[in-house]
Design a protein around this ligand. Structure first.
Ligand SMILES: *Cc1c(COP(=O)(O)O)cnc(C)c1O
Length: 364
């Protein structure tokens, strides 16, 4: 008997592995596995969600007009060049399905964000992963991987899970060296956390070219991962394509309301960035003092390098026994590492203490 079957490449996709949120038998857990903001939901977003409850029998504004206007005002952008999505993942899927496909290759870096691989393969593209140097995208090697079949290149900047950041000048040179028919997608999910002056989230390049897109999210510093809101800033031709193919009501009523309110929450981004700028180095220094190598990061997380898979697994198990959940990153080709989100000051204390005790006991 024959049964329905998907295109063969679909079954080569490994489902996205989300950060674990619960440990069986432990009732109080410290979740540092998904890079969610350290401060929970912005109060104004909480109120905005409550205020729209009686409106949710109506469809949302499919064009997310008020949200795009608020984004334009907040970041100084033309709202007509913004498209909103159910998380930036949604937009990454739509870009892959529109610009990728059979015979249309996608290029990403070896330890780049796994959604590019999933969405590219789903679209029918060949996804080429280019080796990195020092856990940083090797832009020359990525250029060397470009062929006449290349249609999309993804760069997360800063990258998840490595934390590495590429200076604006290098990204601009990379863009200039790519063929004009290749769409460069700059995924700036962690842009608000970056404090380095040589960084550009992508706005300048999107403005200067007609083949570059920047994606952003409300899931990290804005504390709205559960609402699913992201957006992109893109050339008019790309906006036109996304508006044709995206699900017409892709951002829900409460999600739009929460995002608009979060953008207007006084001092929210500044407080999140400042907290991160103090606590991320403190977390890194604490782990280093315990004898663990920590990779440089510009995001709200660090990558702890335990040097062997066994040590990383043992550290993960030790942390879990204390109710602390971090992220295993074997799926990213980094089984010797654990990614640790910067939580509250108390959570940073707890995770440093746990890693310190783990290293002490494993030395015997
Ligand atoms: C968290 C993250 C996203 C955000 O995804 P959403 O779908 O907006 O929640 C996108 N890219 C990277 C690199 C991320 O780490």
């Amino acid at each position: 008997m024959t049964t329905p079957s998907p295109r063969p490449e679909i079954l080569t996709i490994h489902p996205y592995v989300a950060g674990v949120s619960e440990i069986p038998g432990v009732n109080r857990t410290v979740k540092l596995s998904s890079n969610e903001g350290a401060f929970g939901v912005p109060p104004s977003a909480r109120a905005a969600i409550a205020a729209v409850v009686s409106d949710v029998f109506r469809y949302p504004d499919g064009g997310a007009g008020a949200l795009r206007t608020a984004l334009g005002t907040r970041w100084g952008l033309d709202p007509a060049r913004i498209v909103c999505g159910a998380g930036s993942d949604d937009l990454i899927y739509q870009l892959c399905l529109s610009y990728g496909g059979p015979g249309r290759d996608v290029i990403m870096s070896e330890h780049g964000f796994s959604i590019y691989d999933i969405a590219g393969t789903y679209a029918g593209s060949r996804v080429i992963k280019v080796p990195e140097r020092n856990l940083t995208a090797d832009l020359d090697a990525m250029l060397a991987a470009v062929s006449a079949s290349t249609r999309l290149v993804f760069l997360a900047n800063p990258n998840n899970p490595t934390g590495s950041m590429l200076p604006a000048e290098d990204v601009a040179r990379f863009r200039a060296a790519l063929p004009p028919d290749v769409l460069l997608v700059l995924d700036a999910a962690y842009a608000e956390y970056v404090t380095r002056s040589d960084y550009d989230a992508g706005v300048k390049l999107v403005d200067a070219t007609d083949n570059t897109v920047m994606t952003r999210t409300f899931s990290k510093i804005f504390g709205l991962g559960g609402m699913r809101v992201g957006w992109c800033y893109a050339p008019p031709a790309v906006v036109d394509v996304l508006d044709r193919v995206r699900s017409p009501f892709n951002v829900s009523v409460p999600a739009q309301a929460a995002a608009i309110a979060a953008l207007a929450e006084p001092g929210w981004v500044e407080a999140g960035r400042e907290h991160n700028a103090v606590q991320r180095p403190r977390l890194a220094a604490g782990l280093e003092a315990a004898g663990i190598k920590v990779w440089p990061s510009e995001g709200n997380f660090v990558l702890a390098d335990l040097e062997t898979t066994e040590a990383a697994n043992a550290a993960d198990a030790f942390l879990r026994s204390r109710g602390i959940i971090v992220r295993k990153v074997g799926g990213y080709g980094l089984p010797q590492c654990l990614r640790v989100t910067v939580g509250t000051t108390e959570e940073v204390d707890l995770v440093i203490e746990a890693f310190t005790d783990f290293m002490r006991q494993s030395r015997g």
